[in-house]
Design a protein around this ligand. Structure first.
Ligand code: SF4
Ligand code: SF4
Length: 437
């Protein structure tokens, strides 16, 4: 024990200076950034040297406490949504308009396939966060890809759907995921490039893992972005065990990876794991959008969950912190129908320059009270005072940006030249369905 403690102490003492040295050295690799460190998952990891990152050792988990995802299932909370905050389960959608949008133009991965040159540009800006996490991701990725190709023998005896669903959920939570749900597979949410990989699949297991709380509060920062990528590594590791369980029962599993092969939010909402926030992300009741979501599609006969009204649309209407605090003014409080879904829409062309130059930014998650306090505390405050906990306080809404602190009433002044870049000029402005887009 003393020997291990001593070894850990030596590593801990060495970790900070090593990190500082690497922070200086790593930028020298910048020309390779987008094809190596910046490239992470199946969609982007094309350079021949990328797989060798798996040979680079990582710090042991206890020494990664500044960025580690907290493992363990969220405790079951019985949420009493105040009457004034109730609205609708999940989100409002027009299925016919969703289908029409899909027929007209199936979804594609935005940065990897729709605008790959923007993907390269963005990754050149934020790749330093990925440097320390890359070996862990690269050790997991080959297994994710391998298990997705396994064709198990069909089951001789079909298990009871209730029993199998319970087993999968208990396994996922026992492995340390924060929450898990089941949704119906829907090809509409699949990225076009992966259509053929899920033939015959009709269920999607939605895996959620909370991100490190303290790291998120420092966003935008390398630490916060590392925590995000590290959470992906942790969640992919657990996907592998879930897929192995499905295979033992004789069912296929297609594991999505860190690059993403489908839209995750519609599935997470359908599985009752949260609702869509004005920041364009899934807000879970415990940690808001401070979490990562990953999907496994399967042909197993699992029982689907259902959308829930967590009161989030009205919490957002009373809050709007992300809209006020976004340095790019890229978020809107106005909802409309986009591809058949009633939501506010991010102005991507404004968000990306800020994101690229500020470690993935993510201020819209950090200033969110659901991320900071969780829904039970927000409801309690709302019942008591009729206001949203932390609204317009420096504690919640203040952030550091480019070395300067911005309190709740001030945000960085970024001139036109900051956004007026040829690389993002081709991204169309968001237009609601009624606008003919
Ligand atoms: S990531 Fe930053 S720039 Fe983009 S929407 Fe969020 S707060 Fe705005
Ligand atoms: S910051 Fe406020 S408005 Fe934005 S997503 Fe969170 S709760 Fe909704």
């Amino acid at each position: 024990v003393i020997g291990r403690a001593g070894f850990a102490g030596v590593l801990w003492t060495a970790a900070t200076p090593i990190r500082k040295i690497l922070d200086l050295v790593v930028p020298l690799l910048r020309p390779f950034a987008h094809r190596s460190v910046g490239a992470i998952g199946e969609n982007t990891a094309t350079a021949w040297w990328v797989p060798y990152f798996r040979l680079v050792p990582s710090l042991p988990r206890p020494l990664r406490f500044r960025t580690n995802a907290p493992l363990g299932a969220w405790p079951a909370v019985s949420l009493q949504v105040p009457e004034a905050l109730r609205s609708y389960p999940g989100y409002i959608s027009d299925p016919a308009a969703e289908d029409a949008a899909f027929e007209e133009k199936p979804l594609r991965d935005f940065l990897d396939y729709e605008y790959p040159e923007i993907g390269v540009w963005v990754r050149e800006g934020i790749w330093r966060s990925g440097f320390f996490v890359k070996p862990r991701l690269q050790r997991v990725l080959p297994n994710v890809l391998k298990l997705s190709r396994v064709e198990p023998q069909p089951p001789s005896v079909e298990p009871e759907p209730e029993t199998l669903t319970r087993e999968i959920k208990e396994l996922a939570l026992g492995l340390g995921l924060s929450a898990v749900g089941i949704a119906e597979y829907d090809v509409k949410y699949r990225f076009k490039e992966f259509f053929d990989k899920e033939d015959g699949h009709h269920r999607v297991i939605v895996c959620i893992l909370e991100e490190n709380y303290a790291a998120q509060q420092t966003a935008p920062s390398i630490r916060s972005d590392r925590a995000t990528l590290g959470t992906y590594a942790d969640i992919m590791k657990r996907e592998i065990d879930i897929a192995a369980c499905l295979h033992r029962h004789g069912y296929r599993a297609f594991l999505h990876d860190v690059d993403g092969q489908a839209q995750v939010i519609p599935y997470a909402v359908a599985a009752g794991l949260g609702q869509l926030g004005l920041n364009g992300q899934l807000l879970t009741p415990v940690s808001g959008s401070r979490c990562r979501i990953m999907l496994i599609s399967t042909n197993a006969p699992l029982i689907v969950d259902h959308p829930i009204d967590y009161g989030i649309p009205k919490v957002c209407d009373n809050c709007r912190a992300c809209v006020r605090r976004c340095p790019a003014k890229a978020l809107s409080a106005k909802r409309d129908f986009y591809r058949g879904v009633w939501k506010s829409k991010l102005n991507t062309a404004r968000c990306l320059p800020v994101l690229r130059n500020n470690h993935d930014c993510d201020i819209c998650t950090t200033v969110c009270p659901v991320q900071r306090y969780g829904l039970p505390a927000i409801f309690e405050e709302f019942e008591r005072t009729g206001t949203i906990l932390g609204k317009r306080t420096d504690d919640l809404e203040g952030y550091d940006f480019d070395g300067e602190h911005y309190g709740p009433e001030r945000r960085p002044s970024l001139g036109r030249e900051y956004f007026d870049l040829p690389v993002v000029s081709g991204i169309p402005r968001p237009r609601p369905d009624s606008g003919g887009s």
